[in-house]
Ligand binder design. Structure first.
Ligand SMILES: C[S@@+](CC[C@H](N)C(=O)[O-])C[C@H]1O[C@@H](n2cnc3c(N)ncnc32)[C@H](O)[C@@H]1O
Length: 266
């Protein structure tokens, strides 16, 4: 079963697991100079991106998605119901037939969906799908240093209120930024949930663990944990970085995530 089939409560998911207002504002300022009739692409079904592109008047929006059920569910969380061109299939299969067409490709936390061994090929396909001068805006988890210890996280959440914001942050920090990833550099939500359940030191932390599947369901897998220094050389080597932004200091991904804006040679 595809990880994204398990996602039932996307309406409870908060940034940084989806685009924030600041990130969308940066994309708006970049998109303002792009020809509105040019093909633009979204990797996945991100409703915020699809609404932004429609609001900006882009008339040829492509949604590249392999899970049509999730595409339909995300459609319910859109502001607009405009026509889009759905490119159905795995990016690693579909991008190859879309060479040189996109003026802009938007991507929010897609890297973890691609196994490490396929990353170089994936980013080459993204690069080739851009037209000359095209932009790739991508939000990426970029772990640079040691992962967070569970003892530190348990101590932190032992005094935080149980609400959807902190449950989101608990999910981000324990499943995507903690020492649990050191074993295999893979997020395994079922395995991690069992360990967290076993190790929860008190009832408050146990409650956070109990509610985490609301945000990150059991049965999900992502390729995260490998350090950025071991991944960076394969990350869009043929594109120029026009800007790199860190996440905001209050974010659970602060200093562990970057928003890249990259451009293809004209
Ligand atoms: C974009 S990523 C991460 C979600 C993102 N944070 C957001 O706010 O939309 C998840 C989306 O990409 C799709 N997806 C994941 N791996 C894919 C692949 N290899 N090919 C095509 N679509 C994929 C999933 O079905 C889902 O719609």
């Amino acid at each position: 079963m595809d990880t994204w089939d398990s996602m039932q409560n996307w309406h409870l998911v908060l940034p940084p697991s989806r685009p924030s207002g600041e990130e969308l504002e940066r994309i708006r300022s970049l998109a303002s100079d792009i020809d509105r009739s040019a093909p633009v692409g979204v990797l996945g079904s991100t409703p915020e991106f699809r609404d932004l592109l429609h609001e900006f008047g882009f008339s040829n929006v492509h949604v590249l998605e392999r899970n049509m059920r999730f595409y339909e569910v995300m459609g319910e969380w859109r502001v607009y119901q405009n026509d889009e061109h759905v490119v159905s299939g795995d990016w690693r299969d579909t991008l190859g037939s879309l060479r040189g067409i996109y003026a802009l490709i938007l991507s929010d936390l897609t890297s973890g969906n691609i196994p490490y061994s396929d990353r170089a090929g994936f980013y080459d396909l993204v690069t080739e799908a851009l037209r000359p001068g095209g932009f790739f805006c991508d939000k990426v988890l970029t772990h640079t240093g040691p992962m967070l210890s569970l003892d530190y996280l348990f101590a932190k959440y032992s005094s935080l209120p149980l609400n959807i914001l902190h449950i989101n942050n608990f999910s981000c920090e324990t499943l995507f930024c903690s020492e649990l990833l050191d074993a295999e550099n893979v997020v395994d939500s079922t395995k991690f949930h069992a360990i967290l359940n076993e190790r929860a030191p008190n009832e408050r932390v146990a409650a956070f663990v109990r509610h985490t599947p609301l945000i990150t369901p059991l049965g999900c897998k992502w390729y995260y944990g490998m350090r950025w220094c071991d991944l960076e050389q394969e990350y869009c080597p043929d594109l120029a970085r026009t800007s790199v932004h860190e996440d905001v200091a209050s974010s659970p991904y602060y200093r562990r995530m970057k928003c890249f804006c990259l451009q293809k040679d004209k």
